[in-house]
Design a protein around this ligand. Structure first.
Ligand code: CIR
Length: 258
C-alpha cells in the first residue's frame, strides 16, 4: 500500500451562497460568504501548488454543506466508494459526485445500507479506521468494511468521543506512524503501536490537519501546533479556517484525495 498521504488528484466543490447556512452543532453565527470563498480558494491553490491535479465541481445551492465533499465518498488508487452521509440534509449530495468519481475511477462501489460520513474514515498505512459517530452507524461501518476489503483495504471500527463531530475532527496523520490527536482520542485502542502526539492545550481544533505529500496543512491560528510540527522537521502550510470552522468543518473536509 502506498503512504496514506501520497496524492496526485483531488476533487473539490466551490461553496454555494447557501453554504453560510451549513449545519453547525452550537447554533453560532453564519460564516461570511466572501471569507468562506477565500478560505476555499486558498485551500485549492495550496493543493495545486503541492502538485495535485484538481477537479473543482460547481456549487450546489440546494445543499449548503456540499463543499465538504470528503463526507460523501472515499477515494483510493484502487477505486472509489459512494457513501450514505448521516445527516438527512446531506444525503442528496452523493448523486452529485458520482459522475466525477466515475471519470477518474474504474471501480465505483456504493454503500448499500447504514450511514457513513467520510469525515469518520481515517486511512493509515496498513488499514483504514472507521469511527462510529452521530453520523456513522455500526451498520454503515460494517458494510463499508466489506467494500474496503474488495478494494484490498483492511478496516477497523473505532469509537469517536462524544461531542466530536467526526473521527477526523479529532485526529489527523502526521506521518505513516504518527497521529496528531485531541486528548479524548489519545487513548483510542485502534491507535495501539502508533505514536500519538496530543494537541497543545487550547488547540484541539488543530487536530484536523491534513498531510499532502510532504507538507502538512494546518489552521493558521494554531501557533503552538505550528511550532510542534516544525520542531519535528515537518514542512507546514498554515491556512485560514475561521469561517469554515463556524460550520463545524476543517481542512480535510474540503477535498476527496487519492
Ligand atoms: C456538517 O455538519 O456536515 C458540515 N457542516 C461540516 C462537515 C465537516 N466535514 C468533515 O468533518 N469531514
Amino acid at each position: 500500500m502506498t503512504a496514506p498521504y501520497r496524492f496526485t488528484h483531488a476533487i473539490l466543490r466551490t461553496p454555494a451562497p447557501s453554504a453560510v447556512k451549513g449545519i453547525r452543532a452550537d447554533g453560532g453565527p453564519d460564516p461570511d460568504l466572501a471569507g468562506l470563498a477565500a478560505e476555499h480558494d486558498a485551500y485549492a491553490a495550496t493543493l495545486r501548488a503541492l502538485g495535485l491535479d484538481l477537479t473543482i465541481l460547481p456549487p450546489l445551492d440546494a445543499f449548503p454543506d456540499a463543499l465538504f465533499v470528503e463526507d460523501v465518498a472515499l477515494t483510493f488508487p484502487e477505486g472509489a466508494i459512494l457513501l450514505r452521509p448521516g445527516a438527512a440534509t446531506r444525503a442528496g449530495e452523493v448523486e452529485h459526485v458520482r459522475e466525477a468519481l466515475a471519470a477518474h475511477h474504474e471501480r465505483v462501489l456504493e454503500l448499500p445500507a447504514g450511514h457513513v460520513d467520510g469525515g469518520d474514515v481515517l486511512r493509515l498505512a496498513d488499514r483504514v479506521i472507521i469511527g462510529l459517530s452521530a453520523r456513522t452507524d455500526r451498520a454503515g461501518a460494517e458494510q463499508l468494511a466489506g467494500l474496503l476489503a474488495v478494494l484490498g483495504h483492511r478496516a477497523e471500527i473505532a469509537d469517536t468521543p462524544p461531542g466530536v463531530l467526526h473521527f477526523k475532527t479529532g485526529c489527523g496523520l502526521i506521518d505513516a506512524e504518527t497521529i496528531f490527536a485531541v486528548p479524548a482520542l489519545a487513548g483510542c485502542p485502534e491507535f495501539a503501536g502508533l505514536e500519538i502526539v496530543v494537541t497543545p492545550a487550547g488547540e484541539e481544533e488543530a487536530a484536523n490537519l491534513l498531510r499532502i505529500n510532504d507538507t502538512i496543512l494546518v489552521g493558521d491560528r494554531w501557533t503552538a501546533t505550528h511550532a510542534l510540527l516544525e520542531a519535528r522537521g515537518l514542512a507546514i502550510r498554515p491556512l485560514p479556517t475561521i469561517e469554515i470552522a463556524r460550520i463545524d468543518a476543517g481542512l480535510s473536509c474540503m477535498s476527496l484525495r487519492w
